[in-house]
Design a protein around this ligand. Sequence first.
Ligand code: AMP
Length: 189
Amino acid sequence: MDNIVIFGAPGSGKGTYSAALVDKFGYNHISTGDVLREEIKAGTELGMIAERYIENGQLIPDDLIIDMLASVYDTMRDGPGVIFDGFPRTIVQAKALKEMLRERGERISVTLNLIVSEDILMERLLNRAKIEGRADDNEVTIRKRFNVYYTQTHPLIEWFRKEGVLSEFTFRGDKDKMINEIIDKVASI
Ligand code: AMP
């Protein structure tokens, strides 16, 4: 089974490229952000806790995310693979993912790091705010999310590199070209 991590700053296109991979390879897709937004809508206990963090641009505590992730993953084990989108976001989460997979005889197949300049990220997120109306897509919260990304999540790139699973893709203005590069990489694992 393929276990693909899609990784990048807010607005880097994780959702878009995940959708292309789901289309091409029939993978299941876990977006921790989407799961949390569903929990908020459903008014669950996790949703109520998550809401405060999300609106502030902060990360939800690791233990809550890790428990949730394992139970969602276990519903997807009979497919060709899983895309982890928005997880892991901290070193603690990355180690927990590795352990969770190891316990199931699995491993991270590849991490796709999406590299996009900050100007483009901001433009995309402000655009998305107009279309989707996400509570955390306003300029102040976006700045906080960038800051959280650079301090807590970006250091993971070195961790993935050391694990020997890092693959990097730089956006140079052509989304379709990037999709093809990513598909080629995943086809080769
Ligand atoms: P996303 O949709 O991936 O941009 O996530 C939106 C928000 O959900 C983030 O800013 C965090 O508050 C929260 N979130 C999503 N995934 C995680 C995670 N792996 N760890 C902690 N918080 C998360």
